[in-house]
Design a protein around this ligand. Sequence first.
Ligand SMILES: [Zn+2]
Length: 483
Amino acid sequence: MDTQHCTIGVDIGGTNIRAARISRSGDILRKKIVAGSRDRQTAIGLIADLIREMDGPDVVAIGIGVPGRVDAGTGMVLSGGYLDLSGCDFKQLIEQTFGKPVVLANDCSMALIGETGVGAARGAESAVMLTIGTGIGGAAMESGRIVNGKQSAGQLGHLIINHAGRQCVCGQRGCVETESSGTSLRRHLDEAGYSAETRFEDILPLARAGDELALSVMTRWAGPLRAAIGTLSATFDPAVLLLGGGMGAAAMDALGFLPKVEGWYNTDVRPAALGDDAGVIGAGLAARDAATAANAGSSAPLGGKRVLMVNGIPASGKSRLSHAISERTGWPVLALDTVKNPFLEHIEGVDRLFNRTLGKASYQAIFAVIADAPDGSTFIVDAWFGFQPIELLQQHIASSGVTGIAEIWCHAPGEVLAERYAARLDQRLAGHPGAAYIPELVELAKHASPARLGPVYDVDTTLPPADDAVVNWVRKTLQGETA
Ligand SMILES: [Zn+2]
């Protein structure tokens, strides 16, 4: 695998088509936006031109978010929106044109992958997203994977909030899209007697000042949305529910005018963070994960070696979890500190730079042990994998014959890590950074993220341990990868 490789993310939106080169860590390296077209042939031509412009030998895969329902199994588009790509094998067409693997998914699914990867729900294993624009798009994620049902789950704009409500394009009545989309807001404004020029931004200050007409529009628009959010909370109990799309932030504001409801469902509802870039970033990340999985599956003989990465920054609780998994599975733990500490004991005057060098050598030692192990072995590797570039990890994995990877991402808020780290200062060997490291650790906690070279399981280590659930997931994931 090329160590500098990247992917192309494409987002086919209502009015624009966006494409970008996306780095492994989800950064936009280059981006271009062109006006879209309702005409299928014209749109396909525009998309192909954009991909051609972004393509290069370093591009390993292409991810495309399309409006409408997509069959997750076959990649076929089942129905369209503004642009309808149903009935043609668009995925195969792009694959054949560019000779690279293509991942196709609903545009909101891609946006959710972007937001959980590097946006407002970063690191969340379970999340739900509603994109509020002309219509309402939706996607749900469970255990780091998009929920697809038998074909195309996640059409959350079609949750029914009033069974006797307005006719919806989907064939049902009273879908949340018919009351809480951007289009519906226009209708609510018209019905309240506001002029055609009146926008959400105009009535927001009025509603804040207690104007009854403005408040009635807020209630009519956001009330059904809150009903849908309640249904989603009861159905998925997500760690985070994101509101995105062009009207996502407005919907957050409007929800604030509704009276509080006390009850069982207290979902963390947040505005999405990546704006219009969520789709291209998510499509790029989805393509990255597909390419990594394909690579891991084909690079070594069947029954090769498996690695469970237990990842997290210092004091994130990964060592306790590693040993709990080891006790239940019998798999050995290879911890960076286990290799490094004897050197720290015997070598005097180790400063931070040398400590880092020892860390890098220990990292290499761990993968040398894995490389020497027989096929069929499974190892738990306990490390803060982000201390070295991801490319180095990929090289280690490629050279040690690993065919299956799963990752557990351990995390806790910075303040908790600081407390834990401070409590253990007297147990740390010389050479480990001391109390001066704590502010850095708190800062690191804000930006650290999983490596995502395979499926990821999120563990918030401030919550009571659920080790059996973790082990069940790990067994299923690692065995599923080689089956
Ligand atoms: Zn509907």
